[in-house]
Write a protein that binds this ligand. Structure first.
Ligand SMILES: [Zn+2]
Length: 168
């Protein structure tokens, strides 16, 4: 790929292929901004509903360090409505990445709930849609039932994509 792009920075900007990459990058940022605003509104509304419950204790989602976390079989009465609410609108109840989120922040940061509908490996630094990439936002939309009524079509995972065809 480097052979098609000029070696000098000034040459790169006149290279049509590099200009296309810049357009793609800019398009992803525009997409992220649009999805971010949309998803934030829905998650904030969901958070307002769950916040009517007492804040979670922070101890009922458990797991050893570097091991998957999951809710206790019998969560406390403060955590139970949060866990039930989160699970109820999750499309993959058995595949919730509880490690993605800090229970202690559920009551104060709505985005901690959003991260539970994203792919594995969300970090504490992901504190809002501005810190989430397009893939994370699209996964949130596809895995959280709150968005189903907002879409004209269903989001299904793309299968059999040949990345080689994208890069050539
Ligand atoms: Zn608890």
């Amino acid at each position: 790929m480097m052979s098609t792009v000029g070696s000098q920075p000034a040459n790169r900007f006149s290279d049509p292929e590099f200009q296309n990459w810049l357009k793609v990058a800019r398009s992803l940022l525009v997409l992220r901004d649009g999805l971010g605003e949309f998803t934030k509104q829905e998650i904030d509304s969901f958070h307002q509903i769950l916040k009517q419950n007492p804040p979670p204790c922070g101890k009922c989602i458990e797991g050893k360090k570097n091991a998957p976390k999951k809710p206790k079989a019998q969560p406390c009465t403060d955590c139970q409505p949060w866990i039930e609410g989160i699970t109820k609108v999750h499309c993959n109840k058995g595949g919730i990445y509880w490690n993605n989120s800090s229970t202690a922040n559920w009551a104060t940061n709505a985005w901690e709930l959003a991260k539970l509908y994203m792919g594995k490996g969300q970090t504490p630094g992901n504190k809002g849609p501005h810190k989430t990439d397009c893939a994370g936002l699209l996964t949130l939309i596809s895995q959280c039932k709150l968005f189903k009524s907002k879409l004209n079509t269903s989001l299904k995972p793309i299968q059999n994509v040949s990345y080689a065809s994208i890069w050539t």
